[in-house]
Design a protein around this ligand. Structure first.
Ligand code: ADE
Length: 413
């Protein structure tokens, strides 16, 4: 039995799922290619992903390939309740997700997915995989996939410590994932979330982006494109140097925050914005997080400093400090793109989730020879996804010449 907010939301969810599906031609093509063969027939998959229209299309593709699927949310605030309803009512997927669920419910829903005794786990952030290990479900699991940078980091740590019990494919590390989803997807959807929540004009504002990985780069690029004056903060000297060469100002957070109208965290690290920064912030500053976990802006520090708090708009909390300065926190410091907007657009999730679908088939075909380690998908799969996407966009590229091919062979590439 699923646990969702309201089954009567299904008709709305169904139309939205269809809308996203029209923009996911690569995933659709993969589903069509495998729909007759049904390579996942009878295989149980437990998925812990943001419950969005794009995730719904991935779940539908897996079901078309023969899988039995249970889905829970990878963040308590990212579930689209109409999508959850449609998956249950229209597509026979078991879903355990309600937007706004408590921490306790969040973990209870992960348990429900694991009680299914899956052969394959599909995760976004690592919580499902960690619980599968802690509670002994790993014994029946052939392998798993991981969607995001933070999750891959956790898994590599488990591998290093020798506690990883089954192979996991780091989908995040495919080029057709991180170069597009992390950069263009988060770049657009983070700005989208901030604008939907606040309706501010970005032009002329000072936007501080903490972290210059692929996500930070995407956000900085889009904020600059809308006329913001962008400052980057970093702890990595190479990334800081890159940001400088890309034309951004670079400085420590303590100095940057004095100028900031908007601060966006995208580091994967805790306490990037903490009490000392909040004390130095300008009146009216907006703070938003684009990283996986709600640890980058220290909300406890903010609660401790503030003399009052109110919700001034949906997804915007106003905190007043003793001297009257106001700080606006978006989405309680959780992922702003999935909480205040709809996550990355379908066009880019088409790439990420095509990799996910192909990773599941890869696990099914190869799990006997894989060790409990973190793997990336073979380059041939990455290239196949890119070629399919180009084809769907009607873009042709050159074939290598005879001489170029010969050189590749002799150089062994
Ligand atoms: N992560 C970021 N955007 C997403 C989306 N639209 N669906 C699922 N996961 C996401």
């Amino acid at each position: 039995m699923s646990r969702i907010k309201d089954p009567s939301l299904a008709p709305l969810g169904r139309k939205r799922i269809e809308w996203a599906g029209m923009r996911m031609p690569v995933l659709r093509g993969i589903g069509e290619d495998y729909s007759r063969e049904r390579p996942l027939k009878g295989i149980r998959i437990a998925a812990c992903l943001h419950v969005t229209t794009e995730t719904a299309n991935l779940m539908i593709t897996l079901v078309r390939m023969g899988a039995k699927v249970r889905l829970c949310a990878s963040n308590p605030l990212s579930t689209q309740d109409d999508v959850a309803a449609s998956l249950v009512e229209d597509y026979g997927v078991e879903v355990f997700a309600v937007r706004g669920e408590s921490e306790e419910e969040y973990y209870a829903h992960i348990d429900r997915c694991l009680e299914f005794n899956p052969q394959i786990t599909m995760d976004d952030g690592g919580d499902l995989t960690v619980v599968a290990h802690r509670k002994g479900y790993w014994r029946g699991i052939w392998g798993g996939t991981e969607e995001t940078t933070t999750g891959v980091k956790r898994l590599r740590e488990m591998e290093r410590e020798g506690v990883l019990r089954y192979p996991v494919i780091a989908v995040n590390d495919s080029k057709t994932k991180y170069l597009f989803d992390n950069r263009y997807g988060t770049g657009q959807s983070t700005i989208d979330g901030i604008l939907r929540a606040t309706n501010i004009l970005l032009a002329g504002r000072v936007v501080v982006v903490a972290g210059y990985g692929w996500v930070g780069r995407g956000i900085a690029m889009r904020a600059k494109g809308m006329g913001a004056r962008v400052i980057i903060t970093e702890i990595d000297p190479i990334k800081a140097l890159e940001a400088l060469h890309d034309g951004y100002d670079v400085m420590p957070m303590l100095r940057a925050i004095e100028r900031a109208d908007v601060v966006i965290t995208a580091t994967g690290e805790p306490d990037v914005v903490r009490a000392e920064h909040m004390r130095a912030a300008k009146d009216g500053v907006l703070m938003a997080n684009a990283g996986h976990f709600n640890v980058e802006i220290n909300v406890r520090d903010l609660e401790g400093l503030a003399t009052s708090k109110r919700e001034i708009r949906p997804n915007v909390s106003e905190y007043v400090l003793p001297d009257g300065r106001r700080i606006y926190l978006l989405c309680e410091g959780r992922l702003v793109n999935l909480c205040a907007a709809e996550g990355h657009p379908a066009e880019v999730m088409d790439l990420s989730f095509s990799n996910q679908a192909l990773a599941v088939i890869y696990i099914k075909e190869n799990h006997r020879r894989l060790k409990p380690a973190v793997y990336t998908l073979p380059d041939a799969i990455d290239e196949d996804v890119a070629e399919r996407k180009l084809q769907s966009m009607g873009v042709e590229i050159d074939e290598p010449s005879e001489a170029q091919l010969r050189r590749r062979w002799t150089e062994g590439t």
